[in-house]
Design a protein around this ligand. Structure first.
Ligand SMILES: CC(=O)SCCNC(=O)CCNC(=O)[C@H](O)C(C)(C)COP(=O)(O)OP(=O)(O)OC[C@H]1O[C@@H](n2cnc3c(N)ncnc32)[C@H](O)[C@@H]1OP(=O)(O)O
Ligand SMILES: O=C(O)CCC(=O)C(=O)O
Length: 376
């Protein structure tokens, strides 16, 4: 498999999530960490939004990062000019391509949309910029029209074409077919931009890669419009571990970037969130914990350290004797088999009463009771 370019849009689509508003320092910290991790490209915002956004973008441009930096634009020349004023050398120009979008925004006048596209691409090229073109709502567009727009963008001088499943309605099978058509017809790379409305954003991004897409949009924690986007941590780890792709990103900082974005966005990830959730490497069930104590690979797809996470063995309603004995032994407590079994019953009962796993303190407290009852 070819090297896949990761073009992270946490600072654009992530920032667009309802209720999220990164401030300057947060934007800088996120950009710096993504860059330090080796993310290839960052979509850092929308200069057309005005002075505050322009100041943030100009500041990030001035950081001297290794990552390529891109500004998002409508097909509007003043939007592109705002990117130039911020010092950006790469612009992404978006146009709607489905009938529903063109009717709502341009009274169905698709010729007007294409003229805007051509004019803005040529303005950007005249200013020496790299141009990526995005087809908003590609997944609901008439297929022939989408292909014509893609070929037109290429002919006008775009260097990359973004396939957008804007409202997240595709599955991996349909994604593959649609993206394959574009990959076959175009000589410029296709970029995937998928949304998670049906929980399929990462799967659809991977389907696009299978179809020959060479670049993907991601966001940390999957943060983005509505149900969000394909998550950076999921796409990167799937590329690395499922496809053995030559991933050059430092995956050991994925939990760190997840926490940074959670804090800056004000939205924690759910504990069971793939890759970065606090339960991603937590084991409570007896059979699982027994296996993990023998060999962690029995119930872990890869070691937690690989993403900067931590293995946790917790005692609760579903735990068994092996885990209980192991945790007690770590505290220097050794119970005979009968005492262990009795204590396990008490652990289960306590866990159901508390509706959670037990803390070390609670474990020690119970151990004292069972240890003493065993000794006496
Ligand atoms: C799928 C996506 O995520 S697309 C990205 C969406 N992101 C955002 O909207 C966040 C940033 N947006 C903004 O700050 C504002 O919308 C701005 C600055 C871009 C424009 O603001 P306003 O001038 O107040 O316009 P408003 O947002 O109400 O309406 C959008 C306008 O852009 C036009 N437009 C929408 N998409 C495009 C496009 N791809 N190319 C050209 N024009 C477009 C609409 O037709 C409408 O134009 P009109 O004012 O002539 O009717
Ligand atoms: O870049 C584009 O063209 C639109 C991207 C987007 O956010 C979307 O379609 O959901």
């Amino acid at each position: 498999m070819d090297k896949i370019v990761i073009n992270d849009t946490t600072l654009r689509d992530g920032d667009q999530a309802a209720g999220v508003a990164f401030n300057l320092n947060e934007k800088i910290a996120i950009a710096r960490l993504l860059d330090a991790m080796g993310v290839d490209e960052l979509e850092i915002g929308i200069p057309a939004m005005g002075e505050v956004e322009q100041h943030a973008i100009t500041t990030i441009v001035g950081l001297g990062l290794q990552a390529k930096l891109l500004g998002w634009n409508r097909a509007v020349i003043s939007d592109i000019q705002a990117c130039i004023d911020c010092g950006l050398q790469r612009v992404h120009i978006s146009i709607p391509v489905s009938a529903i979008q063109i009717n709502a925004k341009f009274q169905g006048k698709w010729e007007v949309v294409l003229k805007k596209l051509r004019d803005s691409i040529s303005f950007a090229l005249d200013h020496g910029l790299f141009v990526s073109v995005g087809a908003e709502d590609s997944s609901r567009a008439e297929e022939k029209f989408l292909l014509d727009v893609a070929l037109y963008a290429q002919e006008c001088g775009a260097s990359r074409f973004r396939f957008c499943d804007t409202v997240g309605i595709l599955d991996p099978f349909n994604t593959y077919v649609k993206v394959r058509q574009l990959v076959t017809a175009l000589s410029i790379p296709i970029e995937m931009h998928t949304h998670n409305d049906f929980g399929l954003a990462t799967a659809n991004t991977l389907a696009g890669i299978k179809a020959g897409s060479l670049s993907v949009n991601t966001t940390v924690n999957g943060l983005g419009e509505r149900a969000g986007n394909a998550a950076l941590e999921e796409v990167v780890m799937a590329l690395k571990r499922i496809y053995n792709n030559n991933v050059t990103i430092d995956t050991s900082r994925l939990v760190e970037i997840s926490r940074l974005v959670a804090s800056a966005s004000g939205y924690n990830v759910q504990p069971w969130k793939a890759i970065v959730g606090e339960n991603s490497f937590a084991h409570e069930s007896g059979i699982h914990a027994h296996g993990v104590l023998k060999n962690p690979h029995t119930y872990e797809p890869f070691p937690p350290e690989e993403v900067g996470g931590e293995r946790r063995l917790v005692l609760g309603k579903h735990s068994g004797r092996h885990l209980l004995s192991n945790l007690l032994e770590q505290q220097g407590i050794f119970l005979n088999p009968e005492a262990t079994q009795s204590m396990l019953d008490a652990v289960r009962q306590a866990s159901v009463e508390k509706k959670r796993s037990l803390t070390t303190q609670e474990l020690l407290h119970l151990a004292e009771v069972y240890h003493h009852s065993h000794v006496s």
